[in-house]
Design a protein around this ligand. Structure first.
Ligand code: SAM
Length: 232
C-alpha cells in the first residue's frame, strides 16, 4: 500500500485558527510539501513543527509529481500545505491529486484536514442564502473578464470570488456597469481574521463608495447576493 497524502488547511491570517489536527498531522508525516517552504517554515516555527519540507507549487513539473509518487510508493506519509487556507482552493493541489489517482487508483488514501478558507469564512458572514452558492475563483485579468462577471451576476444563488488588491475598484466598476438592478447587494471581505479585517456591506454602489474612503490594501473576497427574480 502507498503512503497517505494529507491535504492540510492552514490559517488565512490569524495563527490561532490552526487546528489541533493540522498540527498533529504535520508533526506525524515524513515530509511536508509546501507551496513556499519559507512561508511554511514561519508557521512551523510557531507551532514547533520540525519537519523536512519540499516545495510543490503551481509550476511544479510532472517530474516532481513522479518523485512524490515514488515517495508514496515507498510507504512515506506526506502532507500538502499552501501559503494560506485550504490547498486546492485557488491554490496548488488538484493536479497532484488527479495524477496520484491515475498512478495508484483507489489504493491511495488522500485525507482532508479541514480548516480555514477565505471563501467559507466570507460565506459564513455574508447573510445571503448559503444553501446554494458558487465559488468562481479569480476573475480573469483580461480576456473573458466581462463574461466572468455576467455569469456571476446571472446566478440566482450567492456567488463568491477572490480578487487581487490591484483590481478591486476596477472590479466594482465592472460589476456596477453590468448590473441593472441597483438594489443588488454585495459583501466585500477584506483581510479576514487579520488586524485590519473590514466587511463592506450594501448595494454595489454603497460598498464601492465605502471602500473608496479607505485604504485599498490587503486580501479580498467578493460575495454577490443571488439574482432576485423581480417578476414582471
Ligand atoms: N487557498 C486559499 C483559501 O483557502 O482561501 C486561497 C488562496 S488564493 C491564492 C489567495 C486569495 O484568497 C487572495 O487573493 C484573496 O482573494 C483570498 N484570501 C486569502 N486570505 C484572505 C483573507 N485573510 N481575507 C480575505 N481574502 C483572503
Amino acid at each position: 500500500m502507498p503512503g497517505k497524502l494529507y491535504i492540510v488547511a492552514t490559517p488565512i491570517g490569524n495563527l490561532e485558527d490552526m487546528t489541533f489536527r493540522a498540527v498533529e498531522t504535520l508533526k506525524s508525516v515524513d515530509l511536508v510539501l509546501c507551496e513556499d517552504t519559507r512561508v511554511a517554515l514561519r508557521l512551523f516555527n510557531h507551532f514547533a513543527i520540525e519537519k523536512t519540507t519540499e516545495s510543490y507549487h503551481q509550476h511544479s513539473t510532472l517530474k516532481k509529481i513522479g518523485r512524490i509518487a515514488g515517495l508514496l510508493r515507498e510507504g512515506k506519509n506526506l502532507a500538502l500545505v499552501s501559503d494560506a487556507g485550504t490547498p486546492g482552493i485557488s491554490d496548488p493541489g488538484n493536479q497532484l491529486i488527479e495524477s496520484l489517482i491515475q498512478v495508484f487508483g483507489t489504493e491511495i488514501k488522500i485525507i482532508p484536514i479541514p480548516g480555514p478558507s477565505a471563501v467559507t469564512a466570507a460565506l459564513s458572514i455574508c447573510g445571503f442564502g448559503s444553501d446554494r452558492f458558487i465559488f468562481a475563483g479569480f476573475p480573469p485579468a483580461k480576456n473573458k473578464r466581462k463574461k466572468f462577471f455576467e455569469e456571476a451576476l446571472a446566478y440566482s444563488f450567492t456567488a463568491l470570488f477572490y480578487e487581487s488588491t490591484y483590481r478591486i475598484i476596477r472590479t466594482l466598476e465592472d460589476i456596477k456597469a453590468l448590473e441593472p438592478d441597483k438594489s443588488r447587494r454585495i459583501v466585500i471581505c477584506r483581510e479576514l481574521t487579520k488586524k485590519f479585517e473590514t466587511i463592506y456591506r450594501g448595494t454595489i454602489e454603497e460598498a464601492a463608495n465605502d471602500l473608496k474612503k479607505g485604504i485599498i490594501k490587503g486580501e479580498f473576497v467578493f460575495v454577490l447576493e443571488g439574482r432576485v427574480d423581480k417578476g414582471g
